[in-house]
Write a protein that binds this ligand. Sequence first.
Ligand code: NAP
Length: 320
Amino acid sequence: MMSDPAAPQVHDVAIVGGGGAGLTAALYTSRAKLSTILFEKLMPGGQIASTDLVENYPGFPEGVLGPDIAQKMEAQAKRYGTEFLFEEVREVRRKDHFFEVITAEGSTVSRAVILAMGACFRRLGVPNEKEFTGKGVSYCATCDGAFFKGKEILVIGGGDSALQEGIFLTRFASKVTIVHRRDQLRAAPILQDRASANAKISFIWDTVVDKIEGRNKVEAVLLKNVKTQQVSSRNVEGIFIFAGHDPATAFVEGFVERDEKGYVRTGESCATSVPGVFAAGEVRKGAVWQLVAACGEGCEAALAVQNYLEQHKERAGSAS
Ligand code: NAP
């Protein structure tokens, strides 16, 4: 069958998100000779791109730098033909037997879609947090840590990110105080041991941020003890917030089924409620939040796409 040159190009698969899950999916679909387009709003790598050292990805006994592995994954997908589009996806919808992926710049038609947008960091929602973001409030230690050489820093949170990034920040800061809202950390024991053994790190327990203060940038933080309700002020220039994440799925609301927190519900082989649409990595309900798992799910979703397209060969015509 001759294809209509006026008809828009139809990609076999559109992947939304270029973190570990999306890049691995792209590698697999490209190697399977499926025409693959990957949308990424910032830079490939997702959360790993802003992680200093990844210590639990198999095969790297000394650990591997997050930005390095992200660049290598991107290069590997490109080598097999993945097309990258650095645009933010606003909507995914059905278009006859196809899907239309819409950005501010235009739209792309594909036969299948893999949702791999990951999750965005969670804000605390306290006064001046938004206003002072980039002026002392940060959510990325590798991006901003070097601005705080010799300074005192507060780190908020008690999970793996707070401890791992808090330890990283001791390279620059004179002192790192980890402020946690409970008296028990959520972080893995190995990170707890490392943080406790670090002379530059101390902890404040049962405490939350009440307000961030300053004229044009962070100068002090008001902390509230949740047990005594006592409020105290601490003079600091930097506050790094690692309070978890929320899934970046707002634009697929009403398109695929999500849970009450916004995570995409999936069944067997990463299938969503919409046939032909798959989800992998941290957008997915039940994800385990590890790079190796995100990559595994990316692979699983890519194989499921191959299967799906094989079963729907008759729809291989062009979109109008
Ligand atoms: P997380 O595990 O969800 O931890 C978020 C932390 O922030 C928790 O300690 C939570 O307190 C606290 N928090 C949440 N909302 C808060 C608020 N409004 N005010 C103050 N504190 C607040 O998030 P994460 O540390 O970013 O980790 C996300 C996932 O990635 C996890 O599954 C983690 O294991 C994984 N990860 C793994 C590694 C690694 O393997 N090395 C590194 C980074 C992340 P509560 O404890 O009281 O809920």
